[in-house]
Design a protein around this ligand. Structure first.
Ligand SMILES: [Zn+2]
Length: 151
C-alpha cells in the first residue's frame, strides 16, 4: 500500500489558507494511520481542529490537526507504548513556532497497568524527534532506546 507523504509543518502561513471541505478532510484523514497497529483513525471535530485517535485503542495514537487550512497541519501527536516493564508516552507539539517533544516513562506491572506512585522519568526536547506517520512500533522503540542511551 502506498501512503501519501504527510507534510509536517510548524508554521501556519496565510498563503496556505485554503478552507477545507468535509470531503477533502475525510479523504485526508483516511491517509493517516495509527503507527502502532496501522489501524484507521476516528475523529472528533471541533471548531478549528479535529482530534483523531486509533479506532482499535484510542490511547495508542492521538493527533490534533488544524483543519482551517488544507491540507491540515498537525498541532499535536501522542503515542503510548506498553513494552517490557514500561509504558512509554511520547507527545509532540507543533502548534507554536518552537516544536516540542516530551517523553515520559513509567513502570508497569505484569498485567500492563501503570504502577501508581512509581517514579516518572520525563524529558523534554525542543524539536520534533518522531515522524509518527512514517514509523512503526518497532522503529519508534528503537529510536527511543537510542535517545535514552544519551540521557
Ligand atoms: Zn492503533
Amino acid at each position: 500500500m502506498i501512503r501519501p507523504k504527510v507534510k509536517f509543518t510548524n508554521k501556519i502561513t496565510v498563503s496556505n489558507n485554503v478552507p477545507s471541505t468535509n470531503k477533502d478532510l475525510k479523504t485526508y484523514f483516511n491517509t493517516l494511520r495509527c503507527p502502532l497497529c496501522n489501524g484507521q483513525l476516528d475523529s472528533i471535530s471541533k471548531l478549528e481542529t479535529v482530534k483523531l485517535y486509533c479506532v482499535s485503542n484510542f490511547e495508542e495514537y492521538i493527533c490534533i490537526l488544524n483543519t482551517t487550512i488544507y491540507p491540515p497541519t498537525f498541532w499535536w501527536e501522542e503515542v503510548s507504548i506498553y513494552h517490557g516493564n514500561n509504558k512509554y508516552w511520547i507527545g509532540q507539539e507543533y502548534k507554536n513556532l518552537d516544536m516540542k517533544c516530551s517523553i515520559q516513562i513509567r513502570s508497569i506491572d505484569k498485567e500492563g497497568r501503570v504502577i501508581e506512585g512509581s517514579k516518572i522519568k520525563s524529558m523534554v526536547f525542543k524539536f520534533k524527534l518522531f515522524d509518527f506517520q512514517s514509523l512503526d512500533k518497532n522503529r519508534i522503540l528503537s529510536k527511543l532506546k537510542t535517545i535514552l542511551v544519551f540521557q
